[in-house]
Design a binder for this molecule. Structure first.
Ligand SMILES: Cc1cc2nc3c(=O)[nH]c(=O)nc-3n(C[C@H](O)[C@H](O)[C@H](O)COP(=O)(O)OP(=O)(O)OC[C@H]3O[C@@H](n4cnc5c(N)ncnc54)[C@H](O)[C@@H]3O)c2cc1C
Length: 385
């Protein structure tokens, strides 16, 4: 699944590189303001530095108010709700879905879903008022709710806890709501603008309140237009028809996908491998394949879903800095419950020389990835063989 965490931070990082003010990693937080600019912190090294800008875009999702607070500007725009999902390894349920997403109103009036995704079934979601300062974890009560909703549609299919391979939970960046039931709060978005005098000049902060994955292109274009207006630069062109990233020329039907895979498979990657790369990178898979062909490569011993040189590609192009990035954020290995102890160790060994980890750091990476998967995502990690 796409990882929105990177978007905000990448913009900051790119801005920093352009400003040549600091050597920043991918994990940068906005933590305050001074007269000289916005204070940023590299979360990997703890280094703090200033970034000067006439317009600051606060697109920190459900944390927008916390970020504004750290700027010394208290706001109460947000009222996020928690939503959890479970991922099931359940061939019978997968078959019963027959390739279709079931999207329906449950007995409590909430719209819920049972969604076949590749070889797994996703079941979700809840909608509960949340405290954004606390970690969001799928609870036992939510799991019971999911079992109930599956039984509502498929009363003869037995779903148990041992079918769950992964759980995840997040807080929706919804606008503050008073009496409205969480499930009925508007999913629309708005942009809140504040202008302050700082060191003799106007600094505009644009806070994004709300938004969905499905509306992110329109929303980004609107946000960019607002930022340009604040900078006194009129928009000259629209990007609404511009295809971007791995979505560019992405095959639209299964037949087109088969054609794409057949056309792209070569001596570097057979059709199965190309299919994996297309799912992972979209049509950018051709760049990955070109890179894989430029040096020695082999599939990992612990999984045939990723190769040694692909890990190098990720280090060089996909901004991974932690083992968990590969497992959770750049691949679906965790999502599909495929992580094993052998995989953790092998990946850490391969990444260590490329990311400058010594033995102790490699061990720490394995431990923290394991801990994250078990405590935040309810995973049971198969022992090394
Ligand atoms: C359970 C659930 C189900 C959903 N289902 C759907 C769906 O089916 N369809 C759909 O379209 N949308 C869905 N959404 C909504 C979608 O996930 C969000 O709308 C989307 O993630 C918002 O993206 P964003 O980049 O604005 O915010 P986020 O994805 O929340 O990203 C904000 C980022 O800001 C970072 N951050 C926080 N504080 C700071 C700081 N001080 N400095 C720097 N960075 C900071 C955070 O770490 C985070 O990475 C769902 C959300 C949830 C929780």
């Amino acid at each position: 699944m796409h990882n929105p965490e990177r978007l905000t931070l990448d913009v900051l990082r790119d801005g920093l590189e352009a400003n040549k003010q600091s050597r920043a990693s991918n994990y940068v937080s906005a933590v305050g303001t001074t007269d000289a600019g916005t204070l940023l912190r590299d979360e990997l090294t703890g280094e703090e530095f200033l970034f000067d800008a006439d317009v600051v875009i606060n697109a920190t999702g459900a944390w927008v108010d916390e970020t504004n607070d750290s700027f010394g500007k208290r706001t109460s725009f947000m009222g996020g709700t928690k939503g959890s999902h479970i991922v099931l390894d359940h061939p019978e349920l997968l078959e019963a879905c027959n390739g279709r997403e079931l999207f329906f109103e449950h007995t409590d009036g909430r719209i819920v879903l049972i969604y076949p995704m590749g070889d797994r079934v996703l079941v979700g979601t809840t909608d509960i008022d949340a405290d954004i300062t606390e970690d969001s974890i799928c609870t036992d009560e939510e799991i019971e709710y999911f079992f109930e909703l599956v039984a509502h549609v498929f009363p003869t299919i037995d779903v148990r806890r041992d079918h769950i391979v992964y759980t995840f939970s997040g807080v929706r960046p919804l606008p503050k709501h008073d009496d409205t039931q969480p499930g009925f709060v508007s999913r629309d978005y708005r942009i809140e603008k504040r202008t302050d005098r700082r060191a003799g000049k106007n600094v505009t902060t644009l806070s994004l309140v709300g938004g969905k994955w499905t509306t992110f292109r329109a929303l980004s274009e609107n946000l960019a237009s607002e930022a340009m207006t604040a900078l006194g630069m009129p928009r000259k062109t629209t990007t609404s028809e511009l295809q971007i990233g791995g979505g560019k020329d992405f095959p639209r039907t299964q037949a087109e996908e088969r054609l794409w895979v057949n056309r792209t498979a070569n001596e570097v990657a057979d059709r199965d491998r190309v299919r994996v790369l297309l799912t992972r990178y979209g049509t950018r898979a051709t760049d990955v394949l070109e890179f894989l062909g430029q040096g020695g490569d082999q599939l990992l011993a612990s999984t045939n879903e990723i190769s040694t040189r692909e890990l190098t590609y990720m280090v060089q192009n996909e901004q991974i800095t932690r083992l968990a990035d590969v497992l959770i954020r750049r691949t679906s290995l965790a999502f599909r419950g495929l992580v094993t102890e052998a995989m953790l160790t092998e990946m850490a060994e391969l990444l260590a020389p490329q990311l400058g980890w010594n033995e102790a750091e490699s061990r720490r990476q394995v431990e923290s990835a394991r801990d994250l998967l078990v405590t935040m995502h309810g995973m049971k990690i198969a022992a090394a063989v």
